[in-house]
Design a protein around this ligand. Structure first.
Ligand code: 6GU
Length: 225
């Protein structure tokens, strides 16, 4: 999978050199590139924002630098999924992660300030070669789309075959098909600061262990923990 992030802070994506994603990149399972939006400006100040029409606080990112940056990607790659990060987008979830994990090239438009001129999404939505997704990562506001893009990249890439060492761990974990949260887990020692591991997990009775885990997962999802 190809992933391109467009941002005025391309350095924000350096954690993608680490851990599982770093390894997947070295194996070319993922080809990641971040590009600087300011490289697509034409004025001396490399401006990317201006005041909002209709008034109000803050600044809005101008459409043209985004248009130039996205067109430069489309010149090299005929078909993309364009993800516009915005707190007004549809809420990201595991189902969306699964849907995006089949894409060939994900392009993340990471806005700052009060967001990107709305015509950018409209323009590319009308193009056959572009699927536009406006996505939020939750009901809160962060300073820009970069951390939201990192969340989505991590959730999506771990679903690509070969990225996770043990694919069985994908089945049992939280927010699987059933939607139940994962059961609590423990490792050695059996007693830590007077707290004991539940007896059933030490019993060796796999039927009872499975039953206990299902009940705990159900209890946790009901509690919303
Ligand atoms: Cl995608 N961007 C920003 N700035 N804040 C958010 C968000 C995105 N999703 C939730 N809050």
């Amino acid at each position: 999978m190809k992933i391109t992030a467009i941002s005025i802070f391309p350095e924000y994506f350096s954690p993608l050199e680490l851990s599982l994603i770093g390894k997947a990149r070295s194996q070319s399972l993922i080809v990641f590139k971040s590009i600087n939006l300011r490289d697509f400006t034409t004025d001396n100040h490399h401006s990317v924002d201006d005041t909002p029409y209709g008034g109000g606080a803050g600044m809005v990112m101008m459409a043209e630098p985004w248009g130039q940056a996205i067109d430069s990607i489309l010149e090299k790659d005929g078909e993309i999924d364009l993800i516009i990060l915005t707190p007004a987008g549809s809420k990201f979830n595991q189902k969306k992660a699964e849907q995006l994990s089949g894409a060939k090239h994900l392009v993340f438009a990471c806005g700052r300030y009060e967001g990107i001129d709305a015509r950018v999404g409209d323009y590319y939505r009308d193009r056959k070669s572009v699927r536009v997704h406006e996505i939020s990562i939750g009901d809160y506001v962060v300073n820009g789309g970069e951390v939201a893009a990192l969340v989505i990249i991590e959730a999506v890439t771990r679903l690509i075959p070969g990225v996770i060492g043990n694919p069985a761990s994908l089945d049992e974990e939280s927010h699987n098909e059933i939607g139940a949260l994962e059961y609590p887990t423990f490792t050695k020692p059996a007693t830590w600061r007077d707290l004991n591991v539940p007896e059933v997990l030490l019993s060796g009775n796999h039927g009872e262990i499975q039953k206990w885990r299902q009940e705990e997962a159900k209890r946790r999802s009901e509690l919303g923990q």
